[in-house]
Design a protein around this ligand. Structure first.
Ligand code: GLU
Length: 426
């Protein structure tokens, strides 16, 4: 059975690159009906923090990556590492330097392993120094604890970032010295920023919760992350998680770095918003607005449902809905200055708005079809294009030149609010 693990160190928030590593492991496990296990590499007591662990686990859950079995904490296993290190000393494969235990590297040997992505990797032991296994403070080194744990946890495939590729020969050496069965390795390319170089804070958000904050849906982020270094072999880009599970294979991951492209992520997000059934999207928008402290006592679910229906085609991120909320539930509008100049401050603007207002007042029935009909009729009477009425009205009732269909907006806002807003400009 396939058993993979994700092994974060709780010394910082979940980085976008690590989330992608976790995802490839999770997908590989799911695709093969295997297990996805978490190991917390908290050997550095000073830097490991409970809040980081909570955040990492929360981010994984948010991205639908549930895990199997109990968490393994390296900090609880120091005695085990020590026992194995002392065994190596007994066998004369390691020696002590004070309380530290060091593995002796035999020179003039070749260490080779098969990487599922990079093929055969071979290094000479002449390039490897003796390896510290246990430090003088009693804590294990990463390479040592990793090997013991991967072996004891019966991990079959180690899928991790390319940045560990130079550690792997050192680990292989330890597997051989301890006669432990060797797992398979796959080193996945790093996520690079657009200008090249590793994704870092400078290039935008790096922690997963920052993406949540920016209004990305976890479905879209999972989809986007899966395409960072992997493709299903056709041009498809919208791949829901069930599809990914079906199609993903680690051996199809590229060797070269994947470039992070914010525009593409935004596009994928907009597709998910557009295609998501309203019943599923609605609670997500409400939760987001609550988190952002935008939702207030003016909120009305029935009206918000209509708003989201009207706007979902053109919403890129949930963040876009903050200003939309203010249009429909706020007391004061923020007017786009240029739009106001262009549509509401021209010599004939007052006249146009006033005629529109009269038309709205005179409607026997107030719904989008009747409003549209009245506007078309008015345009005919005024011998102008309907657009010459639509643009100023839109700016007067929403403060903006873009948005959902005007007549939808007017219907949702209700006649009183529309008249009041138009009244300000005539
Ligand atoms: N704690 C290591 C890291 O976060 C784990 C590396 C590994 O997967 O072996 O990079």
């Amino acid at each position: 059975m396939v058993r993979v693990r994700f092994a974060p160190s709780p010394t910082g928030y979940l980085h976008i690159g690590s989330a992608r590593t976790a995802l490839f492991n999770w997908l590989y496990a799911k695709h093969n009906n295997g297990k996805f296990i978490l190991r917390i590499e908290d050997t550095d007591k000073e830097r490991s923090k409970e809040e980081f662990l909570e955040e990492i686990l929360g981010s994984l859950k948010w991205l639908f990556m549930d895990w199997d079995e109990e968490l393994t904490f390296q900090s609880k296993r120091f005695d085990i590492y020590k026992k194995y290190a002392e065994e190596l000393v007994k066998q004369n494969l390691a020696y002590m330097e004070g309380p530290a235990i060091i593995f002796r590297v035999e020179k003039e040997k070749k260490i080779a392993f098969e990487d599922m992505i990079h093929g055969t990797i071979e290094v000479s032991t002449n390039e490897i120094k003796d390896q510290v296994l246990m430090k003088s403070d009693g804590t294990p080194t990463y390479n040592f604890a990793c090997v013991i744990d991967d072996a004891m946890m019966k991990i079959t495939h180690i899928i991790r970032g390319d940045d560990h590729i130079s550690n792997t020969p050192k680990q292989v050496m330890l597997y051989e010295a301890m006669c432990l069965p060797l797992p398979k390795f796959a080193h996945i390319p790093l996520i690079l920023s657009k200008g090249g170089g590793r994704m870092s804070k400078r290039h935008g958000a790096t922690s997963i919760f920052e993406y949540k904050n920016m209004g990305f849906l976890p479905e879209a982020l999972v989809n986007y992350l899966s395409l960072m270094g992997w493709a299903p072999g056709n041009d498809r880009e919208i791949l829901p998680i069930e599809e990914l599970v079906k199609l993903f294979d680690v051996k199809d991951v590229n060797k070269t770095g994947a470039t992070f492209d914010m525009d593409k992520l935004v596009w994928i997000n907009s597709q998910y918003i557009k295609d998501m059934p309203i019943e599923k999207l609605l609670p997500k928008t409400v939760e987001y607005l609550k988190d952002k402290k935008v939702l207030d006592d003016k909120f009305d679910e029935a009206r918000w449902t209509e708003v989201v229906k009207a706007y979902k085609e053109r919403t890129r991120t949930l963040e876009d809905l903050i200003s939309v909320y203010k249009i429909f539930f706020g007391d004061t509008l923020e007017y786009d200055e240029k739009a106001t100049e262009k549509y509401l401050k021209k010599p004939n603007s007052k006249d146009i708005i006033s005629k529109c207002k009269t038309a709205v007042e005179g409607l026997a029935k107030y719904d989008k079809h009747s409003i549209e009909e009245a506007y078309r009729k008015l345009a005919e009477e005024m011998k102008c294009k309907a657009a010459e009425l639509i643009h100023p009205t839109r700016v007067a009732i929403s403060g903006k030149t873009v948005g959902a269909g005007l007549f939808d907006m007017m219907e949702i806002l209700g006649r009183n609010t529309v008249l009041q807003r138009l009244g300000k400009f005539c």
